[in-house]
Write a protein that binds this ligand. Sequence first.
Ligand code: NAD
Length: 321
Amino acid sequence: MATNDKGSSNTTTTDNDGTTAKPNIAFIGLGNMGGPMAENLLKAGYTLSVYDLSAEATARLQQAGANIANSPKDAAQNAQVVISMLPAGKHVHSVYLGEDRSKGLLADLPKGTLVIDSSTIAAADARKVAEAASKLGIDFLDAPVSGGTGGAIAGTLTFIVGGSDDAFAKAEPILAVMGKNIFHAGEHGAGQVAKICNNMLLGILMAGTAEAINLGVKNGLDPKVLSDIMLQSSGRNWTLEVYNPYPQVMENVPSSNGYQGGFMSKLMQKDLNLAMQTAQDTNVETPMGAKATELYAAHTVENGDRDFSSIMARYDSSVLS
Ligand code: NAD
């Protein structure tokens, strides 16, 4: 498909027997999240051509049955749908718009291609790509996710989508393979805005929960007893339910595994920075978000690769020993 004579693409085709064939998918970015998401699409019978800068990441997908491409353009050959799961806005811009905004993948896609970017990036960055895509007759959706690596592996992610109704309708069956809850938040960029509102709240809740547990522990309480009490009281929240930040209060969470795996503190910091940037651009006050951003900024200096629940160590450094 990535030729000069770009023609046009249709995200659904019809087989001879009248059934709707699955579109071919190009998947770009096969890290902690993108890797398992792509594997779930393969398991569901989609044909995938994949690309990542890391040979290790592509090797895993090759074993799972994907075709390995040498570039985003190569991956998009014969694809009606392109999905990306990249670290940050600069990577998304570089793939779709190119370094100088003229040689990116968008320029090689035929009209009617559906592009779904699931990376968490600034809404303004997503709107820039959407605008460039729209000028070329390409449907773009920002579709960031919530649910972490566990959700990516289990195919139970929450997708928070921004873009047109038509593009959303085309994307829904594909997203349903990788996720359980699929929300259409609004127009281009709305998915990213909803995502950073959620993650700002999550950062505040995680830091607040760590702070409360530390206050109790330093005043003689057992962290599990205190957590159980708060879980059945008005301080109850998601972190206490499934992601307690204090070691050994819960099994199978990063805090009970040296804060390895999960959602890295540096990614939480990136999301908090995106929330602060959005608040500043739109003149909205976010004092709690600002405090959480300050805490995570200090924490990531030494602990950026640890799970974000390791913010517990800001209050009690012994949890890292
Ligand atoms: P990751 O660093 O594990 O994976 C990113 C992948 O993109 C890497 O394999 C990297 O080699 C590849 N890459 C970078 N630049 C590229 C390029 N130009 N072309 C092709 N490949 C390129 O990150 P992740 O944890 O998978 O996160 C991806 C996105 O999902 C981020 O925006 C993150 O904020 C978001 N997210 C992560 C989680 C989580 O729990 N990890 C949860 C929700 C959302």
